[in-house]
Design a protein around this ligand. Structure first.
Ligand SMILES: C[S@@+](CC[C@H](N)C(=O)[O-])C[C@H]1O[C@@H](n2cnc3c(N)ncnc32)[C@H](O)[C@@H]1O
Length: 278
């Protein structure tokens, strides 16, 4: 178990060494071709994100992306006509996001900062978005409170977290990694198992990785003061569990988009939490 600051340091080490998504794109981070490929890889990996994050509906709005990484969502919001700001803990990600958006001719403000202490005044943004970030930060309630603070009245927050009620978590993480491969014995907790295996790392960085039940995510949004909260579960691919991967290889009909969509909505790897500031 690490202190909060050690977890944040581990996150910086992780994404400095391995920019988020870089392992699936064979090109040089910072180049235009690399970023275009990264955008395509993300759209192929999670086509549902366009709808869940509602890039189109952000046209004309002031949008903050918390944990903006290499700038994938920043670019998508900006291409849809939003004025975008990104904040991230990892200086290398901040530098890459700036270069990537400039390379596409898109305006963006990207700053270094912590989700738990956002470097913006109250009521600065119309929309706050955070995709795959806040399950890595030690104090999620504080980060949600901050997200609400910087929103203007009537603004929407969309927060994507790893889902504890997912097939991927129970089958691949708990059963395979935890029990079969001895992760739970070695690490002593599922948090340890997740920290050592979920994010690809070339430097053994072990950032914090938590999972949240949909109900818990909704409750956390309510406790942070959000109104009209709701949650949806998304994302399933055959490779998400060894069982479906085995079956899909032998029975290609199982790898159907409609079936994956249904499984994703029942027990997908992401929970999307929404809330409005009254
Ligand atoms: C898995 S990446 C996701 C990046 C991006 N949202 C995307 O969709 O590609 C996680 C990101 O969260 C950032 N991060 C982790 N903890 C943070 C915190 N407390 N405040 C701000 N950013 C944080 C990391 O630096 C990293 O860029």
């Amino acid at each position: 178990v690490k202190t909060r600051d050690q977890y944040k340091q581990a996150a910086i080490e992780q994404w400095t060494a391995d920019p988020c998504g870089s392992t699936v794109v064979e090109d040089i981070p910072g180049s235009d071709s690399y970023f275009r490929r990264l955008l395509q890889v993300r759209a192929d990996y999670a086509p549902w994100m366009a709808e869940a994050l509602d890039y189109k509906g952000a046209a004309g709005l002031e949008v903050l992306d918390i944990g903006s990484g290499q700038g994938i969502d920043l670019a998508r919001y900006a291409l849809a006509g939003a004025r975008v700001t990104g904040v991230d803990l990892t200086p290398r990600h901040v530098a890459l996001a700036r270069v990537h958006l400039a390379g596409m001719g898109l305006d963006a403000v990207v700053v270094e900062g912590d989700a738990e202490q956002l470097p913006f005044p109250d009521a600065t943004f119309d929309r706050v978005s955070s995709n795959g970030v806040l399950h890595h930060t030690p104090d999620l309630p504080c980060a949600l409170w901050e997200a609400r603070r910087v929103l203007r009245s009537g603004g929407l927050a969309t927060v994507i977290l790893y889902n504890r009620r997912s097939l991927h978590y129970w089958i691949n993480q708990v059963f395979v990694e935890g029990f079969l491969k001895g992760g739970l014995r070695r690490e002593g907790s599922m948090e340890g198992v997740l920290s050592s295996g979920v994010e690809h790392t070339s430097v053994g960085a072990r950032p914090l990785v938590r999972v949240y039940c949909p109900r818990q995510a909704r409750r956390l949004m309510m406790r942070a003061g959000f109104d009209k909260t709701r949650v949806v579960v998304r994302h399933f691919q055959p490779g998400d569990t060894f069982v479906t991967s085995y079956l899909a290889n032998r029975t290609p009909a199982l790898d159907s988009a409609a079936l994956m969509e249904r499984l994703g909505r029942l027990a997908g790897w992401y929970v999307v939490a929404y809330g409005r500031k009254a």
